[in-house]
Structures are given as C-alpha cells and as structure tokens.
Design a protein around this ligand. Sequence first.
Ligand code: HEM
Length: 215
Amino acid sequence: MKKFWLSRWTKVLLFSLCLIPFLNLLWRVYRNDLTANPIEFITHRTGDWTIRFLLITLAITPLRGILNQPQLIRFRRMLGLFAFFYGCLHFTTWIGLDKNFDTQEMWEDVIKRRFITAGMTGLLLMTPLAVTSTAGWVRRLGYRRWQMLHRLIYLSALAGVVHYYWLVKSDTRLPLMYGGILAALLLYRLATGLVSARKSVPARRPLRPPADARG
Ligand code: HEM
C-alpha cells in the first residue's frame, strides 16, 4: 500500500480525477447543455466543488491517522489548490457572467448581501494559503508560522458553509451536512492535538518542510 501512495502515478491519477468536474463543465458548455439558466448552473457546480475540495483537503489529516496511511499527506497540497481553483472559477463566473464586470454592482452586492460577504471572506482566506503552499514559503515563514497560517483553511471552509447556508432559501439540509462534516473534522483535530500535547515531551518541530509542500 505504501508503494502505491508513494508512486508518481498516484498523483497523476488524483490530478486527473480532480479535473473531471472542470472537464465535465467544459463538455457541457461545448454541447450547450447547461440547463435553462447557464449562469446559475455554472455558479452552483463550481461552488459545490469548492466546498467539497475544501472539506476533502481537511479530511486528509484525520484519514492519515485513522487509516494509518501517513503518505496521504502527499496529496493535501494538490487538493487544497484544487479547492482554490474551483473557488476562482466560481468567483470569475460571478464577476464575468453574473455581474458583467460592473464593479459598482459587485461592490453593492458584497456590502448588501451577507451571503456574498461570507463567500468573499472564504475566497480571500484561501488566497494566502494557495500563494504560500510551496516549500520555498515554508522555509521563508518557518514551519510553525506557516502551519499557523494554514489553519486559516478551517475559517475559509466555515465561511463557505455560512455562505451556502445563507444563500439557500428553504432546504438547508446540504449546508447543514457540510457544516456537520466541518465540525467533526475540527473536533478530531482538537482532540488529537490535546492528546499529543499531553503526551509530548518538549515539542520537536520538523526541520524539513512537510511532504505536501515539497510537491
Ligand atoms: C470559500 C469560498 C466559497 C465557497 C465554498 C462557495 C460555495 C458555494 C456553494 C456550495 C454554492 C451553492 C451551490 C448549489 O446550490 O448547488 C454557492 C453559490 C453561490 N456563490 Fe459561492 N462559494 C464561495 C465563494 C463565493 C464568492 C467569492 C462569490 C462571489 C463573490 C460567490 C457567489 C455565489 C453565488 C452568486 C451563488 C449562487 C447563489 C444563488 O443561487 O442564489 N461564492 N457557493
């Protein structure tokens, strides 16, 4: 199993899988198969994949422990970058197709509609994480500071869940389900953090950047 996770081809396979929602969207654009409301369709698809990739990225650390597969860390950076990629597509759809690059209208939306404010917060919080996801940035910031900064992903996912909860009109089941998953992931992190803090002799920090930042 270890050999499988460490293979270069596993990364290629995962990368291809992560591209499927995007390729499917392109295919539907090409076939002109975007329902009666194409803008809404694209916005919803890209929004769905943004929140899913955020949660999948956050699930990597618990899965490493639960499945006893530490090598899974290799995929965390790629998954996080895909969350950002789909978030950017989602945002670009809103700017270009929904708002027609009308900055005045966009600004009013950000201020007046609370679900847009929450969405913007989520995307803005993701941006420094995407920029600093490389090994060079881990070295520049130092591992501890880098790790602290990257905990912002929890806030970004929370903003995404709130954004979704605020925008749905009646059926809140899906945003609540995403919120429940996020809460479970956060609780797991807090619980394992507490256990290891109790066990630990003076904390030792790794000298090398984490495997996922090494690409
Ligand atoms: C962390 C960042 C974000 C996440 C996770 C996210 C997620 C989502 C999700 C899950 C949906 C609903 C999809 C569905 O109903 O199937 C959605 C809809 C939407 N999002 Fe986002 N979003 C984010 C950021 C943004 C930003 C930055 C904007 C624009 C400034 C935005 C604008 C919208 C709009 C206009 C809708 C459709 C609302 C409607 O149907 O009335 N989102 N988003």
